[in-house]
Design a protein around this ligand. Sequence first.
Ligand SMILES: Nc1ncnc2c1ncn2[C@@H]1O[C@H](COP(=O)(O)OP(=O)(O)OP(=O)(O)O)[C@@H](O)[C@H]1O
Ligand SMILES: [Mg+2]
Length: 326
Amino acid sequence: MAKTAGFEIGSHALHIAVCTKKGVKKVVSETLPEGAVREGRIVSYEALADFIKKTCRKKKLHFDTAGVVLPTGLVFSRRIQSPLMTAEQLKVNLPYEFRDFITTEKDAYFYDYAVLGTVNSTEEGHENEPVELDLMAAACLKSTVADYKDMFRRAGIKLAVAIPIEMAFTNLIPKDIDHAHCLMDIGHGAVRLYMYHGRKYESTHIIEYGMSSLDDIIADAMHVDPFVAASYREANHEGCQELDACREIYSNLANEVQRAVYFFRYNNPDVELEHIHLLGGGAEIMALRDVLSETLSIPVLDCSEIIGSASEELEAALGAVGAAKQ
Ligand SMILES: Nc1ncnc2c1ncn2[C@@H]1O[C@H](COP(=O)(O)OP(=O)(O)OP(=O)(O)O)[C@@H](O)[C@H]1O
Ligand SMILES: [Mg+2]
């Protein structure tokens, strides 16, 4: 059976998922070499290519095709409604939908879209007639895609797809889910909230700090350097994840998430956000999960509704699984 690999390069770890039509066969999250990615940007494509190659070999990963997730910072993703038109017309029109973000060098970008559905007429007697397209559209610098392709080529991998993370998650959300929900990625450098209505992407909210912000606090409290603090944090050494100063960060985070929930409600008064699914490595910090559950007005869940079963490995590599399923 054909195997597909999905790759996601985080700021802390390289996530890889190998899937077949039947499901996920293997997931790997491997800590990146120091300094390879800074603030979500790849510093050395060459070094990362070698790391990808080495990791695939070490973990004995075999696959036929490969896809990569492009991080939020490198892609503009948005949900748009447009009048009914042909694929050809859409191609011409898409750049205009991004005129707020891309003001110069329109031609330097790739534009792509996925049709989420159609919107019917509100005119009496014409209620079953579609008049608008409901789209998820994305724009990405051509040079970014070229850099990624080159990097994977150097790693001995031919890249077949590069998709935004929002699209990767859409691939995973079961077709029968029609409630609104939030996927909360608790990452190393940031926490990202992805709002969906069923499988339809709505919006993204980024909180610009992640679990690495605990390191200075732990370093201070336990009199070690931030590098050692990072290893303490991951292992919850001497219960350092439960330090008061850490809890303060969890509490700030929870308040920011609550604000985003209210903001979503304000913008979508007819839609009730039902719950939040936690993913990313930070989802394993129980003290953080507890603060989120206590603070938020909606339930906090794992990802089992999305991916069938929830495990630490899957939660960390969810984006990679979505890329493999493209
Ligand atoms: N089991 C664990 N317990 C506690 N913390 C963990 C655990 N596993 C990972 N982490 C931490 O969670 C954070 C996020 O990990 P993750 O693997 O999601 O990072 P990433 O995807 O590279 O980051 P980003 O999405 O911000 O680019 C990291 O700081 C990592 O050290
Ligand atoms: Mg991540």
